[in-house]
Design a binder for this molecule. Sequence first.
Ligand code: AMP
Ligand code: ZN
Length: 138
Amino acid sequence: MPSDSTCIFCKIINKEIPADILYEDAHYLCFLDIHPISPGHALVIPKNHSRDILDAAPKDREGLLAVVAKVAPAILKGVHATAFNIGINTGKPAGQVVFHTHIHIIPRQDEDGLKSWDAHKIGIKELQLIRAGISPHL
Ligand code: AMP
Ligand code: ZN
């Protein structure tokens, strides 16, 4: 199983450093985030080391959501939350600081004071231009 001796999440997988583990199977681990955005904020990771979601092997990437679907309802019950965000920061400008593939599960409540996406208005022409720039790469 690929592991990176300098990676903090690989160290958690290998039980070299402690974590509050919520779920573990042969391929995935879910544990509480040490700096939570809300109570119950957890991370789901594949045990195989990869830098991010694009670097991950398809089989490692694909199973992540199944683990989210398994643990999220238990987290919500456990912290009395009614909703959750999932987030995948990919690359430094997106806020990724740990370069081992992970999904954040962030429990939410009505009026919990957390901000959701900071969206802004955009014109139809601008949308079309953006689409034209992306489409040739797919
Ligand atoms: P990201 O910004 O998407 O790379 O998120 C990395 C997350 O890992 C942050 O929310 C950190 O609080 C969390 N984190 C870093 N080290 C640990 C650790 N030892 N145990 C639990 N969570 C950690
Ligand atoms: Zn790692």
